[in-house]
Ligand binder design. Structure first.
Ligand SMILES: [Zn+2]
Length: 371
């Protein structure tokens, strides 16, 4: 922004602002962006973050790992994703992360400022490590932040991947400039990122938004967390694969039976593909899951009164049938005042949401440490 706007935003007197901007320019953190558009009166110059600053963004999922390098405004310059089973443990997975980071930084050289990491489980944000993550055996309390910070010798922020996705959508996606929103991720697990007042709300220990283990039915299917009847046990990726297999074997879904014949196994994505091809049983599976998910989201809407609900993650590829069920459940069950102006939409950024959010969190961490 222009120096004038910056001064107004920071409520700093002109002399102080000039001194601070010069100090940042000397440190190589900011540069001039040329003359600002005139607002009448004296012409101002634009100040922007130095364009050779780099942020690393890491998105560790249950079955893949993605690493991106961004410019100073969290704009993705390069992004590589490869298959990687999180159950191989932190040492092996972080080795892959480091190797991929070398690749993206090598093709986009600059000054690395900080890194952000999203993990698919509960994270103690303060300590920078995962705590008893149900789908990440071997990761409990592994010092992810400290390991990567000592490898890269830069500040590192570690967060839950859903929080990262929520901030990604808010910064560069469908929820731009919204201060109150919830982001629901449906992947191998189900979780929810809560943004309040423009910041991620994490709760006391960092587990806020862990809706995958909200109980739908006390006589429901067993869940990976050891309980029964959790939302995730009905509608997570593994649950959908399980139900797809039942439909294929029982002959209730011809399309899923064909896919099983071809490949020997089924995934949640196959359910989406079968539904897309008009398979009645697959469509029903998505409808049922969407209805249960919608019940939980309706409660969240009543509780938080968000300005938008964004649905993302791998299973969000189930698309419009899912969205229709969720919308109908939420609009039916929540107060008209809460839903009167409530868009319920699919993620715009797809698999870039998490890396953009992780870069954002890296940037916050880097600049918080400089003063
Ligand atoms: Zn559970």
């Amino acid at each position: 922004m222009s120096r004038v706007e910056l001064g107004e935003r920071l409520e700093l007197p002109r002399a102080r602002l000039t001194a601070e901007v010069s100090r940042l320019a000397e440190a190589g953190m900011v540069e001039s962006g040329g003359p600002a558009a005139s607002r009448g009166g004296r012409r101002s110059t634009l100040v922007r973050l130095a364009s050779d600053l780099r942020l690393l963004a890491v998105d560790i999922g249950a079955t893949s790992v993605g690493v991106a390098v961004t410019g100073p405004r969290c704009d993705v310059l390069a992004h590589v994703v490869e298959d990687c089973d999180v159950r191989t443990g932190p040492v092996a997975v972080l080795e892959r992360v480091a190797a991929l980071a070398d690749v993206v930084l090598g093709s986009n050289p600059g000054r690395l400022l900080a890194a952000g990491v999203g993990l698919p489980g509960p994270v103690s944000f303060r300590e920078g490590l995962p705590v008893a993550p149900p789908i990440m055996p071997g990761w409990d309390r592994f010092p992810v932040r400290d390991q990567l910070a000592s490898r890269w010798r830069r500040p590192v922020a570690v967060d839950n991947d859903v929080n990262a996705m929520a901030m990604g959508e808010r910064h560069a996606g469908v929820a731009q400039s919204l201060d109150e929103l919830i982001f629901v991720k449906i992947g191998t697990g189900i979780g929810c990122g809560i943004v309040l007042g423009g910041r991620v709300y994490r709760g006391v220990a960092g587990t806020a938004g862990d809706i995958g283990h909200v109980r739908i039915d006390e006589y429901g299917p067993a869940c990976a967390c050891g309980e029964v009847g959790c939302l995730e046990a009905y509608f997570g990726g593994a649950a959908l694969a399980r139900d797809a297999l039942t439909l294929a074997r029982s002959g209730r879904s011809v399309r899923l039976a064909e896919l099983l014949e071809e490949r020997g196994s089924l995934t949640a994505q196959d359910v989406g593909a079968a539904a897309g091809a008009g398979d009645f049983a697959a469509v029903n599976l998505i409808r049922e899951g969407g209805r249960r998910l919608g019940q939980v989201i309706a409660s969240l809407v009543s509780f938080i009164n968000p300005g938008m609900v964004v649905i993302g993650g791998g299973v969000a590829g189930l698309g419009h049938q899912l969205l229709a069920e969720v919308r109908s459940a939420v609009y039916r069950r929540s107060l008209p005042l809460a839903t009167g102006n409530l868009p319920i939409v699919l993620s715009e950024l797809g698999d870039q949401a998490a890396v953009i959010g992780a870069a954002w969190s890296a940037s916050e961490r880097a600049f918080a440490l400089t003063h």
